[in-house]
Design a protein around this ligand. Structure first.
Ligand SMILES: *Cc1c(COP(=O)(O)O)cnc(C)c1O
Length: 404
């Protein structure tokens, strides 16, 4: 048996364990479609102001229902996850205090907060007070610190579910529930915000099911199911979502305007497919974890570990090995396979980043892709994959490369 075949046999039981979650999520999304009465009239296109866009309204009802939230804003005009998160941070006013409870947030948010960069629009420049609580040495939220730092004056806390580009465990739903309950016991009015990027449909509940007031993510990650061509979502408490919508459009307009240009069908269909696609991406991540473990690399999470995001990190400890891994992912892409990924400066990122993945949608990371900031210990972050077969084919090529 080849290394890949042995790895596939080894992870079979893990794949099987993920089945129940996939099925629960598929049933939940189907119920949301029924509750929103999605019909073929939802697939017409809208232009201009986008008044009375039935598809957009159905899409937002579906997102809210499936995520256990009161309301949703799901728009192709939201250009990325960073944009969606920034819109939610727009709930903060000068003088407010916001605390990140999961250490430094994702790279692109540093300039939004103002911990790097010189933007006059950053939170710090606008007079919002920002603090950070580091994760403890087990990579979990430091509950003692939360208890002493969060106060009646804290307007918002930030929690990032996914590891992002860092070597730490992701925060699972049970952990998020516990932290949110603690924050609410100190200050019931504190807004608990969760960056849910890469987390959707990995567990059978979402942060808004367990007390998060508001949460945001990208449509070219999990919930777009590979079909969304652009967009982001914000879901949560109705009053907060309405305020965020005014930040996206204008006071008085809010979420009642915004054309969908005929995208409602693919956004709805992508969301319908998302539980399956996320399940496939996870199956691929588990296989990759096993393969790179067998090749002698340190991986996180371990193949059989409980997962709460789709990211698989592999520590290469060597720049060339990391670049070879990224090149292998690129070679296995359906699009742009004949290009080699090269590290480059990216807006919002501190280090040069390699982004591998010839994707149908530019930058889509629910499609098979790998990213790596060029800094020691040279960790590659693998995610996505429309099917586990595609991930396996990619891994096969990388293993052959390494074994030569
Ligand atoms: C991807 C990601 C973001 C930012 O999303 P973009 O769409 O790349 O702007 C923020 N937080 C986390 C955890 C992410 O994974």
């Amino acid at each position: 048996m080849s290394l890949i075949e042995r790895a596939r046999a080894a992870v079979g039981p893990v794949w099987e364990q993920h089945y129940a979650t996939r099925k629960d999520n598929q049933a939940k999304v189907l119920q949301a479609f029924h509750a929103a009465r999605v019909g073929s009239h939802c697939f017409h296109d809208s232009t201009g102001y986008g008044y009375h866009d039935a598809g957009r309204d159905a899409l937002e009802t579906v997102y809210a229902r499936a995520m256990g939230a009161e309301a949703a804003l799901v728009r192709p005009q939201v250009v990325s996850g960073t944009h969606a998160i920034t819109l939610a941070l727009g709930l903060l006013a000068p003088g407010d205090e916001v605390i990140s409870l999961s250490g430094p947030p994702y790279d692109t948010l540093q300039q939004v907060i103002g911990t790097t960069g010189t933007s006059k629009r950053s939170l710090l420049q606008r007079g919002i007070r920002y603090r950070e609580i580091a994760l403890n040495d087990r990579g979990a939220v430091d509950l003692d610190a939360v208890g002493s730092v969060v106060s009646k004056q804290t307007r918002m806390v930030l929690l990032q579910r996914s590891r992002g580009y860092s070597w730490r465990p992701s925060l699972d739903i049970a952990a998020l529930q516990q932290v949110i309950a603690l924050v609410k016991s100190i200050n019931p009015d504190c807004i608990c915000f969760v960056d849910n990027c890469y987390g959707e449909f990995v567990e059978s509940l979402e942060p808004t099911d367990v007390g998060a007031d508001i949460m945001a993510g990208s449509l070219i990650k999990n919930p777009g199911g590979t079909l969304a061509v652009s967009g982001g979502y914000i879901v949560g408490r109705r009053d907060l979502v309405e305020e965020v919508a005014e930040g996206l459009t204008a006071p008085g307009l809010g979420g009642r305007v915004g054309p969908t240009f005929g995208l409602s069908r693919s956004l709805l269909q992508g969301f319908f497919m998302a539980p399956h696609v996320v399940g496939e991406a996870l199956a691929g991540a588990v296989l990759a974890a096993q393969v790179f473990t067998d090749l002698g690399y340190e991986v996180s999470p371990l193949p059989a570990a409980k997962r709460t995001d789709i990211i698989q990190a592999v520590k290469f400890n060597n720049k060339d090995a990391l670049l070879a891994f990224c090149a292998g992912i690129q070679r296995a892409s359906a699009v742009d396979a004949h290009y080699a990924p090269i590290p480059d400066a990216m807006p919002g990122y501190a280090d040069e980043v390699v982004m591998a993945g010839g994707t149908f949608i530019q930058g889509s990371s629910i499609e098979l892709s790998a990213d790596a900031p060029m800094r020691p210990p040279y960790i590659g972050y693998l995610q996505g994959g429309f099917s586990r077969e595609h991930v396996e084919v990619a891994l096969q090529g990388i293993v052959e490369d390494i074994q030569e």
